[in-house]
Design a protein around this ligand. Structure first.
Ligand code: ADP
Length: 265
């Protein structure tokens, strides 16, 4: 197939015998490339706010005559950029913690209704800020799942925050959070009435630092890591993530997780 990479090893063993090995290096190369890209992207993401901080801090240190109003503005800018770096570093740490736990099956018995209510509480300040409401539907019965409560809370928090940030074009909008049992799975769905996204973005959304609209993500305080974290949490819980979206028609993120009865069987 085009684009595949192979390594050919040829070693003469004796005058009449030659060892030949052909190994497919495509996956190894792809993983290496991902690592290289990740380090480059992470460095770039941290360097940008750091450059701004350095610039403002230098001016503050060197210009003793700076009017108080400018001093205040520069101080605020330094504070904002430092907080931005803190968010990036915290998200990177979350991501590496989840990755490290990849092969450790989560053990806690999690009540989906409790999880949903807590997640809705978490995003209340954002809800108020955006003038939008999270409308929660918990379809009975909602059997327990086996999971990592803190990680699942983070998953819901990330999906709801995104819906409120990018999926609420104006006050009065609604974000629908639905939980229901579907066969031997728990379905968690977050749907918004926002602008939606073009199909070409969807397969790339869970890549680290991928954003549809860079400046909007930045203004909203995004790190570009939220959906990468969601994907890793879903994988650790042996679940699936499905993203449906179209321009002008909102977005829907559906997570399916095995019910506790299944994981214990
Ligand atoms: P960010 O920190 O930028 O929010 P995410 O990984 O959470 O990073 O999301 C990646 C990008 O996907 C966002 O920057 C945004 O462009 C887009 N996105 C995520 N959720 C939605 C949504 N509900 N509606 C529209 N766009 C979204």
């Amino acid at each position: 197939a085009p684009g595949r990479r192979f390594r050919l090893t040829v070693r003469p063993l004796s005058p009449s015998l030659t060892f030949v090995r052909l190994t497919d290096q495509t996956a190894v190369r792809a993983a290496e490339q991902m690592r290289v890209d990740f380090v480059a992207n992470a460095s770039h993401e941290l360097r940008t706010p750091l450059a701004t901080i350095t610039g403002y801090a230098e001016t503050l240190a060197e210009d003793g005559e700076l009017p108080p109003e400018l001093r205040r503005r520069f101080g605020q800018a330094i504070h904002d950029e430092a907080r931005r770096m803190l968010r990036i570093v915290s998200d990177l740490m979350s991501l590496s913690r989840i990755e490290a736990d990849r092969f450790v099956a989560p053990q806690e018995e999690v009540d989906p209704a409790e999880l949903a209510r807590l997640a809705a509480d978490h995003v209340r300040p954002l809800e108020e800020q955006r003038g939008c409401t999270v409308h929660m539907t918990l379809a009975e019965p909602l059997p327990a799942i086996t999971g990592d409560f803190a990680q699942l809370l983070q998953l819901l928090d990330n999906l709801l925050s995104n819906a409120l940030r990018y999926g609420c074009p104006g006050p009065g909008c609604e974000v629908a959070l639905t939980l229901r049992a579907e066969g031997d799975q728990l379905l968690i769905e977050v749907a918004d009435q926002g602008e939606g996204m073009a199909a070409r973005h969807l397969p790339r959304l869970t890549e680290r630092f991928y954003r549809v609209d860079e400046s909007r993500s930045r203004d909203a305080g995004g790190t570009g890591l939220g959906l990468a974290i969601v994907k890793h949490i879903v994988e650790r819980h042996r679940g699936t993530l499905e993203i449906a979206s179209a321009p002008g028609r909102g977005s829907r993120f559906s997570v399916r997780l095995p019910l506790a009865a299944v994981t214990k069987a």
